[in-house]
Design a protein around this ligand. Sequence first.
Ligand code: FES
Length: 149
Amino acid sequence: MAISFTLNGKAVNFEGDPETPILWVLRDHLDVTSPKYGCGAGLCGACTVHLEGAAIRSCSIPISAAAGKAVTSLEGLAEKMGKAIQDAWIEFDVPQCGYCQTGQMMSAADLLAKKKQPSSDEIKNAMSGNICRCGTYSRIEKAVKRAAD
Ligand code: FES
């Protein structure tokens, strides 16, 4: 069964099991490697991408849910608000090991799309589902605030 959707603005097709998680369709079939596998259970946020503009855990949502919809990964975010986010991440030297950071930026983009000038508490709350084992949380907060400027 073919599932059609847009990925970073381009029409794509996936032929295979419709229950395949979006994460594995992106990584294994479409060579999009920014979303990472962390827990595989919707708990860590490393796999975060956008579906119709909203942050989702791509490890836990089947590709059938993307049929006819728009999927955006970090690779496609730069053309939108992602440039400000990526610049802020660089300015504050946010990543340590870097593994979780694409998911962090996708969640930040979702937050800033909903709230132009989030408070510290709003940032902490919105980002609380994205786990960083290196503990870069204070730099993430500063970068989100800079991207909002
Ligand atoms: Fe998807 Fe952890 S890998 S939430």
